[in-house]
Design a protein. Structure first.
Lengths: 337, 378
């Protein structure tokens, strides 16, 4: 059954072996062309889906783009019943929650990746690595629920009350704003859960990049009398630098578009800009999720689709940036990325 | 062995070809704004909703999520009685209204009634099918279910963000003997558009209009508070945030064992939420005055025992029914729901429509609905 079996047999089967050694599908003569057509169709399907999506988003959001203009991006409040379609609060909330997620997840992911590659036994590394990759397979609604039942009460009852007794309480960004409701359901909590969600992506890619650092280079470092820390910091990290940035972009793309977990945790305030990380806010994706089911008038729906278009554009831009960066890594490391 | 491997690959290839072909067809089908059937007449594509096959023994409905569990229970019970199936899609009130306007369903369901002008513009009629209550739930240590008392003015002031502490004099004055903490009131509301919000904000506007100035609709620009997605979102948020207050449907509060409050009703009496106090609202409301549209906001109704935040869930149908036998099947089902569905309703914590009200519907509304000029009922 093995491939070895298949390849050995023809040559050992006498005169017919020569005919059988010809490319597979030779008997009909259509194997290769058929596969070529198939692959082309598959490739085109992806492109059609991508551009079709962009086209549909633009087409359906046209009433909002022409009817609302830049008001969508410059006004704060979102309340279709009052004719208000301001997405500024959602844009700010998306940016802030993603920032919190990145600030927590990136250092943590790097430390875990270094640990897996440099410090622990390969067997341990495999087990822990698999566990981290499995984190990526958990549906986001589960993260939302865990956040709601575990992290929200902790932040509300312990973290924020403690924080407000420290001198940090008056620092802008932490000092509670007008919409403050105890901090449990807030941009901060959403960011923390987002961090856990993007952690496996950043860790997995960083680990793979760090693995590519040539053993010889590291040994040279040790040979010069470097400590493990120095080798990690000055050789591994520097060598893998651009690959790690690519990993961060992948995590960023995911954090920007995450919907259900954020919808449950961010507090869904559409009428005011958050003045602090512990204020409730909203994000583009969670605003769409919340408002879609009751959006029946053309403009309501169109405005929500425009939000989708904005998110689409932002995500595509980040993906292009990530791809460009990873291509650079390939060039620098000689095509091994 | 080699042969089996080859045929295996051939099968894979065929499967892949089929998959791609299916995908291509799907893309082509979705790409156009209209499809053409075999006879060459273009059929308009209704985005996002595909009607099931129209057979006379299946009733199609879509709309509000609040009455969905009851309609589904009635549907399965009625299937046992009459062999008629109900296919109800819980897609939200707004979706239900769109679906019945587009005639993709036999009936739509909405928690918020439509005004007469809107009904006329779309050739629709509406009538109440079931009643439900919206209750306030709090998360306060040491406060028992049904213990805390609130007046409409205090409630409006809390939701306006003017009363911010649980030990505010306006609250403690009403609640002698209840230990209220010196902590902030965390206000929770719905983050999605909903009939529950429509009922709650109509109540605040009606009962405390001088304080509540944020309007009444399915979603409003909330002056204060955090949003929970769906009734379950509000319920869990209130359960997770100490010192919080929120509003949910009675069934939710009861089934999750949450701490509800008392309210002062229009007569000045203190009432607790219960099937009896919701029924009182439905009975004391002046339904006759709501004819012919049956536009009825059940909040703040008279009666000593009346719970003030009560609402009816409505059924929307086309005034001109297309098919006599389908119409007959559907209205027979509704009639069965009115007269035989009360036990199922109560068991799911819904309030059945009082007999006096459904009598009015069957005598005053249904006879005005027609199939090519002939009344569908009786």
């Amino acid at each position: 059954m093995s491939t070895v079996d298949l390849e050995v047999k023809p040559t050992s089967s006498g005169p017919r072996g020569a005919a059988n050694a010809a490319p597979r599908g030779h008997r009909l003569g259509i194997g290769d062309p058929l596969f070529r057509v198939l692959a082309t169709v598959c490739g085109i399907t992806v492109a059609v889906a991508m551009f079709g999506l962009a086209g549909v988003l633009i087409y359906d959001s046209w009433p909002a783009i022409t009817g609302l203009g830049t008001k969508m991006l410059t006004t704060v409040a979102w309340s279709p019943s009052q004719g208000e379609y301001g997405a500024l609060a959602a844009l700010v909330g998306t940016a802030l929650s993603t920032l919190v997620a990145m600030v927590i997840a990136v250092p943590l992911a790097l430390v875990i990746a270094l640990l897996l590659v440099e410090l622990v036994h390969p067997a341990v590394s495999r087990v822990v690595g698999t566990a981290i990759e499995m984190l990526a397979a958990i549906p986001s609604i589960v993260y939302g629920m865990v956040g709601l039942f575990v992290i929200v009460p902790y932040v509300q009852d312990h973290l924020v009350p403690w924080l407000l007794t420290t001198p940090l309480a008056n620092v802008p960004g932490i000092k509670p704003g007008l919409q403050f409701q105890g901090g449990g359901l807030s941009i901060f909590t959403a960011g923390v859960v987002l961090a856990i969600m993007v952690l496996p992506f950043i860790t997995a890619v960083s680990r793979d990049v760090l693995k590519m650092v040539p053993q010889v280079t590291k040994e040279a470092g040790y040979g010069m009398g470097s400590t493990t820390w120095e080798v990690m910091r000055k050789i591994s990290m520097r060598y893998a630098n651009s690959g790690i940035v690519g990993a961060v972009f992948i995590g960023l793309g995911r954090a920007l578009g995450e919907t259900m977990a954020v919808a449950y945790l961010i507090g869904s305030v559409y009428t005011d800009l958050p003045r602090s990380l512990f204020d409730p806010g909203t994000s583009i994706a969670s605003l769409i999720a919340n408002q879609f089911s009751e959006a029946t008038r053309t403009l309501d729906l169109s405005a929500l689709i425009e939000l989708g278009l904005i998110l689409f554009v932002i995500t595509v831009l980040f993906q292009i940036a990530a791809q460009a960066w990873l291509r650079r890594v390939q060039r620098v490391t000689g095509g091994r990325a | 062995m080699k042969k089996s491997a080859r045929s295996w690959r051939l099968m894979l290839l065929v499967a892949a070809v089929l998959a791609v072909a299916a995908l291509a067809v799907a893309v082509a089908g979705c790409g156009g704004s209209s499809t053409t059937d075999a006879s060459g007449t273009p059929a308009p594509a209704i985005s996002g909703f595909t009607p099931a096959p129209m057979t006379a023994d299946t009733i199609l409905g879509a709309g509000a999520s609040f009455p969905a569990p009851l309609y589904m229970k009635w549907g399965s019970d009625y299937n046992g009685v009459a062999g008629v199936k109900l296919n109800y899609q819980s897609i939200g009130s707004g979706g239900g209204i769109s679906a019945i306007e587009a005639k993709t369903v036999d009936f739509g369901a909405s928690d918020a009634p439509l005004e007469q002008t809107e009904l006329e513009a779309n050739g629709l009629a509406q009538f109440p099918m079931v009643v439900g209550g919206v209750v306030l739930v709090v998360n306060l240590d040491g406060v028992a279910d049904g213990q805390l008392k609130l007046t409409p003015d205090v409630l409006a002031s809390i939701y306006m963000g003017k009363t911010t502490m649980w030990n505010d004099a306006s609250i403690t004055k009403l609640n002698a003997g209840v230990k209220l903490p010196a902590s902030k009131i965390n206000v929770v509301h719905r983050s999605d558009g909903s009939g529950t919000t429509w009922i709650f904000t109509h109540y605040l506007t009606d009962a405390a209009g001088s304080i509540w100035t944020a309007g009444a609709d399915k979603e409003i620009p909330w002056p204060v508070g955090i949003g929970g997605k769906g009734s379950e979102g509000v319920a869990t948020s209130v359960q997770q945030l100490s010192g919080s207050i929120g509003y949910v449907e009675y069934a939710y509060a009861k089934q999750t064992g949450m701490t509800t409050t008392q309210l002062q009703n229009k007569e000045g009496a203190w009432v607790k939420p219960s099937i009896a106090s919701f029924t009182s609202a439905a009975k004391n409301a002046d339904w006759k005055a709501s004819l012919p549209s049956m536009y009825m906001v059940l909040v703040n109704q008279p009666g000593q025992a009346t719970w003030p935040i009560t609402g009816a869930s409505f059924i929307l149908v086309q005034k001109d029914q297309a098919d006599a036998s389908r119409a007959k099947t559907m209205f027979t089902f509704f009639d069965w729901g009115y007269s035989n569905g009360a036990t199922a309703a109560t068991s799911l914590d819904y309030v059945p429509i009082p007999a006096s009200v459904y009598d009015l519907v069957e005598k005053q509304v249904w006879p005005t609905l027609t199939v090519s000029g002939t009344p569908v009922w009786p």
